[in-house]
Design a protein. Structure first.
Length: 462
């Protein structure tokens, strides 16, 4: 039986991630799942417990709304350890604050450069014994560093105690994509190379780096969203059904699919940078970091051989939207009028800002002539207000359920795919804000009918 964690520790308690995500997630867990573990914040700031409680209340008011009863309980459960991560005394304080807890969950909401320091401090102080650790992305910067990070974590924690969190997998819309695929029998007969022409995944953001220029200079679009978020969506679209209902069966099937994806051909990658990015604070004046990436991937399996998978992600796009477009092949003969454009059937999965699952079909127009028009059949449209991804994932980590977390071999397999495109050999092409990126991305997909640009009625506030 999996042991439930008996304390929640989060390093970086005074940082942005805690403010925007962790405090609201903890309130949601308290309100909806009767979460009652001691909550210990650890930070290097010169703060005290009361100031951290004020920070928590401010976080709840600004990010998701405050539930008075749950917020009061959160503040009662909260503890604070103030100290330097390089100082053994900090971890001695933490060991004391844990009291009788034997199975704490340690969340590293800190820069990756501090991961090794903190996990070694946990080990030396005895805080790692019987514990789990949650590691926030990015999991390395490339394949080599990801392997080094895994070695560091494995030197102290067994793999089943390591939870590599990607909040995208906790989103209701992403979970719905997986459910729709495997809960319906009508999809499976056509979900292959015989009927599918191509697949597009677009993640567009109508805003820039929002004052985080220094951070973005270290990552770029490929590391920030393609290697993790977008590849995870692709895996859910293309994987076969798991052999069992347990989390390891699901993760093993994802790993099998990742291993079948060819490493990127640099000639099938377009890197772009919006005009004005180099004027952002913290950005180099000659920066070669991409704020836009478009790429073509190939999956070498019997199901998908010959079906191109296109991914496009960028900032300063016309809209903020994440959408999957599965383009089905046209009928082999034109029994009626020729379809213009040559697009008859498709599946569309809108993941944000709203959630829509729909199918495109061709129906006859009223009248004597056998002429048709395109219609869209909506299978599901959900409201925007759903369970917080971090609440889902943190609750799973406390219970020891690793299904929605990255496994060591899966993380390394994803980096193996992206690694060939992570150098500066390929040029970064400038594009105007408010456009769909460099024109070279249109050439990349021209032979497969071009991009299907998402259309939303209004760009949502970030």
């Amino acid at each position: 039986m999996t042991v439930k964690s008996d304390a929640f520790v989060f390093f970086g308690a005074t940082g942005d991630l805690a403010y925007k995500q962790i405090f609201p997630a903890l309130q949601a867990l308290i309100r909806n799942e009767r979460f009652d573990l001691p909550i210990i914040g650890v930070a290097r700031s010169d703060w005290n417990l009361e100031r951290l409680r004020d920070r928590a209340r401010s976080s709840l008011r600004e990010h998701g709304g405050m539930d008075d009863k749950a917020a009061r309980k959160l503040c009662r459960l909260l503890r604070f350890v103030n100290g330097d991560y390089n100082d053994p005394a900090t971890f001695a304080q933490l060991r004391k604050a844990l009291g009788q807890a034997k199975h704490p969950l340690h969340y590293l909401a800190i820069p990756p450069s501090m991961f090794e320091t903190v996990v070694k401090g946990l080990d030396a102080s005895g805080c790692a014994e019987g514990a789990r650790v949650v590691v926030e992305k990015p999991f390395g910067r490339d394949l080599k560093s990801a392997r080094e990070l895994n070695r560091t974590l494995h030197s102290i924690f067994p793999e089943d105690s390591i939870f590599r969190i990607d909040h995208y997998l906790g989103k209701e819309a992403v979970q719905n994509l997986l459910y729709f695929r495997f809960a319906n029998s009508f999809l499976e007969p056509v979900w292959n190379r015989t009927y599918i022409h191509s697949v597009q995944i677009t993640m567009a953001e109508a805003f820039g780096v929002q004052g985080r220029g220094s951070f973005y200079e270290e990552v770029g679009a490929l590391r920030d969203v393609v290697q993790n978020h977008m590849l995870q969506v692709l895996v859910l679209l293309a994987m076969d059904a798991p052999t069992g209902r347990d989390g390891e069966s699901m993760r093993s099937e994802k790993q099998r699919l990742l291993r079948a994806i060819r490493p990127l051909d640099p000639g099938e990658v377009v890197r772009g940078q919006f005009t004005g990015y180099r004027n952002e604070q913290g950005v180099a004046r000659n920066s070669k970091v991409e704020t836009f990436a478009a790429l073509k991937l190939h999956i070498d399996t019997w199901r998908w051989a010959g079906v191109p998978f296109y991914i496009r992600a960028g900032k300063e796009m016309p809209v903020t939207c994440t959408e999957v477009f599965v383009d089905l092949k046209c009928p082999p003969l034109h029994v009626f009028d020729k379809i213009e454009p040559e697009q008859s059937n498709y599946f569309r999965f809108r993941l944000s800002p709203d959630v829509v699952i729909s199918a495109g079909a061709r129906v006859k127009k009223p009248g004597e002539a056998m002429r048709g028009e395109n219609v869209e059949l909506v299978a599901r449209q959900q409201p925007k207000r759903v369970r917080l991804p971090y609440a889902r994932l943190l609750g799973d980590a406390v219970r020891g359920d690793a299904e929605l977390f990255g496994r060591d071999d899966g993380i390394e397999a994803a980096w193996r795919i992206i690694d060939p495109a992570l150098n500066d050999a390929e040029p970064v092409i400038r594009y105007k804000p408010g456009t769909w990126g460099p024109s070279a991305s249109d050439k990349l997909i021209a032979s497969d009918g071009g991009w299907h640009d998402p259309v939303v009625s209004k760009t949502p506030a970030k």
